[in-house]
Design a protein around this ligand. Structure first.
Ligand SMILES: Nc1ncnc2c1ncn2[C@@H]1O[C@H](COP(=O)(O)OP(=O)(O)OP(=O)(O)O)[C@@H](O)[C@H]1O
Length: 373
């Protein structure tokens, strides 16, 4: 079984509707219940800041600071992490616009937020993700890249570097500066990064598909996953050849891309296609309930894969997960979450919905930006 990572303490200051709040935790799951707008999702968001990025709401950092606070916000967590006990602190120092948050590990400034993944992985499922299968491809790509990131921390840096190179190319083309040497240099860089990104996505999906295929029956349907739009799944040419082909494609598309005002082919145009395996139906055409169940199945499978691959079960944030499920499915979900071996944070309006967890969880009531046990 995967090693367990878990928070033992969470302390927020001037975070969303919390002036100050501290939760003392043990290794059990955490159930947060309270009225709408009390601050349950805000607590999950605070935990999501223990992973790289802008958290589960993709927040603008200055919006996170409590309205009326004089400085910035902070989140402190004590953690039993992959490398043992660690104290993590993150936040911004002023309420002003800030694009990056500070990070301290055991009191020492970290070089980059990527260092967080040495200690834990945080994965989440929120109601805002309900439209994933029917919405735009960019949301699915972002979702896919988060899945990759938990297995391959370098993926984020690669994707950011690719975006930067693509923006430089687009700028040169839009200014009509067709300097071949300069453009070729950028395109070769885009090809290396782009094929590496696509390969990492493909590899993660292959591993996930294998895990889903060998998993037993659950009340949640199993998804079939495929990548479309860039780098076919059955294209098994060596990476060097794929890079060369993509660089050549970019070179040949300069005028077309200049006219379009953007790069028309690349990993930034890929899409994740999800099908309901048992029904043999695209997720997009499944019912709302079926889509939710597919998403739950997908997140749980990915959480298991993360545990298997990294040796450490992730911290899971499940916002309003139990609301749509009948009692039987809820109990199965809790068993599945528990079997993952990690710590899960779950929210809902009604404590009774979580009764099947019994003493496998710590229960807190949230009320107007305060946490009561
Ligand atoms: N920067 C901020 N300063 C103060 N309050 C904020 C800030 N950002 C958000 N809030 C408030 O935090 C409150 C709680 O939000 P949250 O999403 O955590 O509620 P919730 O308990 O998850 O509710 P629901 O059950 O409706 O999902 C909201 O009323 C929101 O207006």
């Amino acid at each position: 079984m995967a090693q367990k990572t878990y928070l033992t303490r969470l302390k927020l200051t001037d975070f969303r509707n919390y002036a100050s709040a501290t939760l003392a935790l043990d290794e059990r799951h955490v159930v947060l219940t309270g009225d709408n707008g009390s601050g349950k999702t805000n607590l999950l968001e605070a935990v999501s800041f223990l992973s790289p990025g802008r958290g589960l709401r993709r927040a603008v950092l200055s919006d996170v600071t409590r309205v009326g606070a004089s400085g910035g916000f902070s989140v402190f967590a004590d953690l039993e992490g992959r490398e043992g006990a660690v104290a993590i602190g993150t936040g911004i120092e002023t309420g002003e616009e800030s694009t990056s948050r500070k990070l301290r590990l055991n009191g020492t400034p970290a070089k980059s937020v990527e260092e967080l993944t040495d200690h834990l992985n945080v994965l989440w499922l929120t109601p805002a993700m309900d439209g994933l299968f029917t919405g735009g491809a960019s949301d699915r790509r972002r979702f896919l890249d988060r899945l990759v990131l938990s297995l391959d921390p370098a993926h984020g840096r690669r994707a950011a570097d690719y975006e930067r190179a693509m923006r430089s190319r687009n700028r040169l083309l839009s200014e009509g500066r067709f300097d071949p040497a300069w453009l070729s240099g950028i395109e070769v860089q885009m090809a290396e990064l782009g094929i590496a990104m696509a390969a990492a996505r493909r590899e993660m999906l292959t591993l996930l598909a294998a895990l889903i295929a060998r998993s037993g029956e659950t009340p949640f349907p199993s998804p079939t996953l495929s990548l479309i739009g860039f780098l076919d799944e059955d294209d098994t040419r060596p990476y060097a050849e794929l890079e060369e082909a993509y660089a050549e494609n970019l070179r040949d598309s300069r005028h077309r891309d200049a006219a379009a005002g953007r790069t028309l082919h690349g990993p930034h145009r890929a899409d994740l296609l999800v099908r309901h395996r048992e029904k043999d139906m695209e997720a997009e055409r499944c019912s709302t309930g079926e889509q939710k169940a597919l998403l739950v199945g997908l997140i749980l499978a990915h959480a298991r894969l993360t545990g298997d691959m990294t040796g450490c079960a992730p911290v899971l944030l499940l916002d309003e997960i139990a609301a749509h499920l009948d009692e039987g499915r809820r109990a199965s979900l809790f068993d599945l979450v528990h079997d993952l071996g990690g710590q899960a944070f779950m929210t809902g309006t009604d404590r009774a919905m979580f009764s099947a967890l019994n003493d496998r969880a710590q229960f807190f009531t949230v009320s107007q930006g305060k946490v009561l046990s």
